[in-house]
Design a protein around this ligand. Structure first.
Ligand SMILES: [Zn+2]
Length: 338
């Protein structure tokens, strides 16, 4: 009888659970066209639909080995509460990464002021929901919002998450509005630091990567979504050489499989570098688990158990299990919680 294998649970540091509904039917020839369909889906969400859809999406995450999730939420306060309820129903730890949205998007995504945003945050905190501050992006938040939110996160010692560098157009718009690139603007506004996670950083240049390194910020890479949306590749080798901390997210939830996120990250790095094992197995597991927990400000999160008898592990020796999991298994190799 094979010995069971227990490993630190995987942590999903970046999710928009409602986007799970778009799989297979999302149209659009590029990110911006896809975004139109995504906004339509966002618009029709209610507390009831969120409770039902998120609970089933979170159950899928839990079964795939994610034991904690950072839900980057931009559908308003009532649905944020519903998302937290869905997570407890599904048995996954949730950090509400509550988005600040000043301009663009849908009316339901926006707050009138930073004070109104912080009032929402306090209402969530009063319910005992774990929180991160999240200026949605440099598209959605002007400089004054970024400065205030950066200061708030620092003073309160809570994590700050922000999308940046996902699309070339976002970089161009930032350059024309601010005369600097998105991650340069975040640095300038006091939004980088050891509790900061920049989601994507796909189009970060060398100077921006240096800023992330020097500030101790984390990058959350979401390879299955970045592939699906045609975003591009993380500059994985340059990130690795700088020693920038990485974590993973299932983002649009087109796919819910932490092993595949890790495999794609390593695959990108191998293609860029022309060699193997750019990220050693232990490091990949840390990216998938502990780094995500620290990005969300979690000190503890549940372990996962691996089904040693799963057919995709037949003939694999005990010492090769972790590497074989990442190289050759789907998330169904995780023992689903009873
Ligand atoms: Zn996102």
């Amino acid at each position: 009888m094979a010995r069971p294998l227990t490993l630190p649970g995987l942590v999903n540091a970046h999710s928009h659970a409602f986007q799970r509904a778009l799989r297979g039917r999302a149209a659009g020839s590029d990110f911006w066209a896809w975004r139109e369909g995504m906004l339509e889906e966002a618009e029709r969400q209610t507390a009831e639909t969120v409770r039902a859809l998120y609970a089933s999406t979170y159950r899928e995450m839990r079964a795939a080995g994610f034991t904690a999730v950072g839900e980057f939420h931009y559908l308003g306060l009532e649905t944020a509460i519903a998302a937290a309820e869905a997570a407890s129903e599904a048995g996954i730890a949730l950090v509400c990464v509550y988005a600040a949205y000043a301009r663009g998007g849908l009316p339901r995504m926006r707050q009138e002021s930073v004070a109104a945003y912080l009032a929402d945050l306090e209402a969530l905190r009063a319910r005992g929901i774990a929180l991160a501050v999240a200026p949605h992006s440099v598209r959605a938040c002007p400089r004054s919002w970024l400065e205030e939110l950066g200061r708030y996160a620092r003073e309160e010692s809570i994590p700050l998450h922000v999308h940046a560098g996902e699309q070339p157009r976002e970089v161009e718009e930032c350059l024309s509005e601010h005369g600097m690139r998105p991650i340069e603007l975040l640095a300038d506004c006091g939004c980088l630091g050891e509790r900061t996670t920049v989601v994507h950083a796909t189009h970060a240049n060398g100077a921006e990567l240096d800023l992330l390194r020097d500030s101790g910020s984390t990058i959350c890479v979401c390879p299955t979504t970045e592939a699906d949306l045609g975003d591009g590749f993380l500059p994985a080798v340059r990130v690795k050489h700088r020693g920038i901390r990485l974590c993973i997210g299932s983002d649009s939830n087109i796919r819910i499989d932490p092993l595949e996120e890790l495999r794609q990250l390593e695959g990108i790095a191998r293609r860029q570098d022309g060699r193997r094992k750019v990220f050693p197995t232990d490091e990949l597991w840390e990216i998938g688990s502990a780094n995500g927990a620290s990005a969300l400000g979690l000190e503890t999160w549940a372990d996962v158990e691996i089904d040693r008898a799963h057919r995709s592990l037949e003939g694999v020796g005990q010492e090769h299990l972790p590497a074989a999991l990442i190289a050759g298994c789907g998330a169904d190799v995780v023992v689903a919680p009873g």
